[in-house]
Design a protein around this ligand. Structure first.
Ligand SMILES: Cc1cc2nc3c(=O)[nH]c(=O)nc-3n(C[C@H](O)[C@H](O)[C@H](O)COP(=O)(O)OP(=O)(O)OC[C@H]3O[C@@H](n4cnc5c(N)ncnc54)[C@H](O)[C@@H]3O)c2cc1C
Length: 369
């Protein structure tokens, strides 16, 4: 039902506009308010906080279907749900949840989540943004970059250093509202793909936030973030799955229609074997994602399963979209068909929320325990 609803909605609200958004590097913020009305911006949020109250299978389905239509929309939806909303749901106190979650769940408020900095991406624990205690407030100074909704987000969860460099308990998470003096969006990135998902800097200059905006305990921000990312990685895996499924579906259709040497190109073994590999990779990615989703639904540890799902599915998205362009030949290199966009968008999956190399570090650490 969720997949059907997204397909119907997307045929009117996404597909006709996606190429224009992509070419203009335009973030369609209004679309996310509509997705909020459909319950897709608070998929995992319990009903008592105004969300849809679903589990990870529904969440994965929603992200994959949206990503098939436009991966940028899938990315923004996933970042809002998993990172900003997810962090407050997991570590916020009752007062914070009551204040922020209902508006996030309907996307009256769009969320951002800031961990990455210009000099610390994979090595986020060495961040330079600092928060200093001053009476009843914390004063934040520094800059975050590559932040999804860094300019358009109405609310941000920001992780800043409150202790020593090198101390994993030396960072704290804060909720910062847009409009707080000293907090502003910075440069918007001009990207290879995912161009309709806004990626931008967030800048903090003597930004004063009340102590009530601290999420959980002072010093727990980094550890909290790793837990948030454990779940978030399932969503990037689902994003990769949607891209790979979309690229495969388009390739099957095209290979039956396109004729060369008097035959559909699907009748050439060279092409049909590509489709066989692509279909097998997609299915394997789906099963790894479902395994992680099932563990998450049951409240079990997902560090290994979500890193494996994210790593595998991201690489599958890149390889399947690459083969899709090949199957389309010259037409795959044009904007007349959606596969060139899948090809560009897919690459983000092997980078965002921990690169493939970092997933391998996580997987190796877990299997060597
Ligand atoms: C479109 C987009 C959206 C994003 N959204 C957000 C967001 O909303 N919030 C947020 O906080 N961040 C966000 N990010 C940032 C993203 O999480 C980082 O880009 C990512 O973690 C990698 O960091 P980096 O870009 O600094 O690369 P680096 O960490 O500099 O990595 C460069 C290369 O070195 C490799 N490498 C690094 N360390 C190791 C190691 N120990 N062993 C082996 N190889 C290593 C990496 O795998 C990579 O290949 C986003 C990024 C993009 C592109």
């Amino acid at each position: 039902m969720i997949a059907d609803m997204i397909r119907d909605f997307g045929a009117k609200e996404i597909t006709p506009f996606r190429l224009d958004w992509d070419e203009r590097n335009h973030f369609p913020k209004e679309l996310f308010h509509k997705l909020g009305e459909l319950g897709l911006m608070g998929v995992l949020v319990p009903i008592e906080y105004g969300g849809s109250g679903f589990g990870y299978f529904e969440y994965v389905t929603a992200i994959a279907e949206l990503s098939k239509l436009d991966p940028s929309v899938g990315l923004s939806m996933a970042a809002h749900n998993s990172l900003c909303t997810g962090h407050i749901m997991l570590f916020g106190n009752e007062e914070q949840k009551k204040k922020y979650i209902p508006k996030l769940a309907t996307c009256e408020t769009l969320g951002a989540w800031g961990l990455t900095e210009p000099n610390t991406g994979s090595d986020a624990g060495n961040m330079k943004t600092v928060a200093k205690e001053d009476g009843d407030t914390w004063i934040i100074n520094g800059a975050k970059n590559f932040i999804t909704h860094g300019i358009s987000g109405d609310l941000a969860v920001v992780i800043a250093r409150t202790g020593e460099v090198g101390d994993s308990h030396g960072m704290t998470a804060f909720i910062v509202e847009r409009g707080t003096p000293g907090f502003r969006g910075g440069r918007k990135e001009n990207k290879l793909g995912m161009r309709a998902s806004e990626t931008a800097e967030m800048i903090f200059e003597d930004c004063m936030v009340p102590k009530s905006q601290v999420l959980g305990n002072v010093g727990d921000g980094f550890i909290q973030s790793m837990k948030v990312l454990d779940g978030g990685r399932i969503s990037i895996a689902a994003l990769g799955l949607g891209i790979a499924e979309g690229a495969l579906e388009e390739s099957i259709k095209y290979s039956k229609e396109r004729e060369q040497f008097g035959k559909p190109i699907s009748s050439f073994q060279g092409i049909s074997f590509k489709l066989a590999d692509m279909a097998t990779q997609v299915e394997a990615a789906r099963l790894l994602i479902y395994k992680a989703a099932d563990l998450k639904n049951r409240g079990e540890k997902v560090t290994l399963a979500s890193a494996q799902a994210k790593y595998f599915s991201s690489e599958v998205a890149v390889s399947v979209s690459n083969e899709a362009v090949q199957i389309f030949g010259g037409y795959g290199f044009t904007k007349d068909y959606p596969v060139e966009k899948y090809y560009r968008d897919a690459k983000l999956c092997t980078i965002g929320e921990g690169t493939s190399e970092i997933q391998k570090l996580v997987i190796a650490r877990e299997v060597l325990k």
